[in-house]
Design a protein around this ligand. Structure first.
Ligand SMILES: Cc1cc2nc3c(=O)[nH]c(=O)nc-3n(C[C@H](O)[C@H](O)[C@H](O)COP(=O)(O)OP(=O)(O)OC[C@H]3O[C@@H](n4cnc5c(N)ncnc54)[C@H](O)[C@@H]3O)c2cc1C
Length: 465
């Protein structure tokens, strides 16, 4: 005789609808990882996945989690690079993929209200229809969600001129650990002594589930010029950057080193000039005349600093062609070694040359490759530590190399994450940057939001806290 096992999730299914609750093994597998290459070892399948369609569904799920003592892991599209959405040790993954109502725009006041499952691209397109711009643009914008962007304070290529996600969040609604909806910033109708918005942006899912945001928009620039400059030495590229940055703020200023260019070459026939060891993708935007003048002047500076060739264009198709080279970097690098740890560090721009030199040396000493690229205009560089996964000891070696690179970053006055967050990939390194007192303060803030440690456990804080 068979006995049907009691369904532990029956109550939740009844409350919000069983079609929104996934508990089959194959469904859970889909929500076990994210895009990071350094998820901590172990099996991280969630116990349950909830796909809310309304704020009430989120509240009910949190009340259920509180009652059953389960952890809650908020999730966007899972493009995170620091294991932030990985359900370490199980729990309920709340995936926002169905909270995607059309954004509501106020053109006159230049803002929009949106739900958190919308893709960054949806936000950009909605703004563009009204000739407005939502500037934050992580390279993952076609897949990442706005909720994930807010929780990570996502940056991207236009940060150098326009800032990061935090500069565009006017107010939030989030569901707290008691299942209440809390309003911050412009959504707050009562005057409050402290605006919680800046604390929630970049909170990596530790404080609650964000369910709505009001985002600021700006007028779309009239015209844009794109330049791709090639150099025989990365030092020439950096020297030109130091010359033009104090006078002109480009809207994009991306650096790629020789290893990165080598990886791109294997996948794209773009005719890089012979001897190219570094390249910079730069854009200027704004009013037609000023964007054109700035692009022309930057080109002169690039040529005066030994650029082998500079391609300057306003043509949409040609611009897209140049951008595709930059977009290819991450996938192309995945092919140069089986192991890839992608870190994103920030240093003062004056320290970039020293950082690159010292990290390359660490790579040579450790037997790993360290290709470097990224948002050079604001000192946010992606260090990729590439190693041979088939050799057992190499993962440890790669971690040691990263740890040494992080120490150099902090020594140079920088920070170990610019935009990818700490999550569960970097929390083992966080003591390199922060003192015990600073981490205790962070823990106290976490406890104030989430006294029972329901939200996104084992993230950001070091494993010992
Ligand atoms: C190819 C590629 C390129 C990338 N380029 C960039 C780049 O240029 N700049 C950049 O900043 N990042 C970049 N990223 C990293 C990543 O896309 C961003 O961190 C993005 O913001 C994550 O969004 P997501 O929707 O995928 O979030 P997820 O990965 O699902 O989650 C990320 C974190 O946010 C939390 N979270 C998600 N939704 C909510 C919510 N509603 N409430 C509370 N917490 C929530 C999760 O718990 C987790 O901690 C890139 C990633 C890839 C794969």
């Amino acid at each position: 005789m068979f006995f049907r096992k009691k369904d532990p999730y029956k109550k939740l299914k009844k409350l919000i609808g069983s079609e929104k609750v996934l508990d089959r093994a194959e469904d859970k597998l889909v929500y076990a990882g994210d895009a990071s290459y350094t998820a901590p070892p172990g099996n991280h399948k969630p116990d349950l996945v909830v796909l809310p369609e309304s704020i009430e569904d989120v509240c009910e799920t949190i009340l259920f989690a509180e009652e059953t003592g389960m952890h809650v892991i908020p999730r966007g599209a899972g493009t995170g690079m620091s294991s932030g959405a990985v359900p370490i040790g199980g729990g309920i993954v709340i995936s926002m993929e169905k909270m995607i109502s059309d954004p509501r725009l106020n053109v006159e006041e230049r803002w929009l209200d949106c739900e958190m499952g919308l893709k960054t691209e949806d936000i950009k397109k909605a703004a563009a229809k009204q000739n407005l711009l939502y500037p934050p643009d992580p390279s993952s914008f076609r897949i990442s969600t706005i909720g994930g962007n807010i929780a990570e304070n996502a940056g991207g290529l236009r940060c150098v001129k326009y800032g990061t996600t935090k500069d565009y969040v006017l107010g939030l609604k989030y569901v707290d650990a008691e299942g209440h909806v809390v309003s911050t910033g412009v959504y707050n109708t009562e005057p409050t002594p402290v605006d919680l918005t800046p604390l929630l942006v970049g909170s990596e899912g530790l404080f609650g589930v964000i369910v709505q945001a009001r985002l600021a928009l700006i007028p779309a620039p009239e015209s844009t010029y794109t330049l791709l400059a090639h150099f025989s030495d990365i030092k020439h590229a950096l020297a030109s950057l130091h010359k033009f940055l104090p006078k002109v703020t480009p809207s994009v200023c991306e650096l790629m080193d020789d290893l990165v260019i080598g990886a791109i070459r294997k996948h794209d026939p773009y005719p890089f000039p012979t001897g190219t060891e570094a390249a910079m993708l730069i854009e200027t935007d704004g009013k037609q005349e000023s964007a054109a003048n700035e692009a022309k002047w930057i080109e002169e500076v690039l040529r005066a600093h030994n650029a082998l060739e500079v391609h300057r264009t306003q043509d949409k198709t040609e611009r897209e062609r140049l951008w595709n080279l930059r977009r290819l970097v991450s996938p192309a690098l995945s092919h140069i070694a089986t192991g890839k740890m992608n870190e994103d560090v920030v240093v003062p721009i004056s320290a970039m040359a020293e950082l690159i030199e010292r990290c390359r040396k660490i790579g040579e000493e450790s037997g790993v490759k360290v290709p470097i690229y990224g948002h050079a205009g604001d000192g946010n560089l992606h260090l990729n530590v590439m190693y041979d996964k088939s050799e057992q000891k190499m993962e440890t070696v790669a971690h040691q190399a990263i740890s040494r690179c992080f120490k150099v970053v902090v020594e140079l006055g920088g920070t170990i994450s610019g935009e990818h967050g700490i999550g569960a990939s970097k929390n083992r390194f966080i003591t390199i940057q922060y003192s015990t007192e600073q981490l205790r303060l962070l823990k106290a803030i976490k406890d104030a939001f989430d006294p029972n440690g329901m939200f996104n456990p084992y993230k950001v804080l070091p494993p010992t806290m």
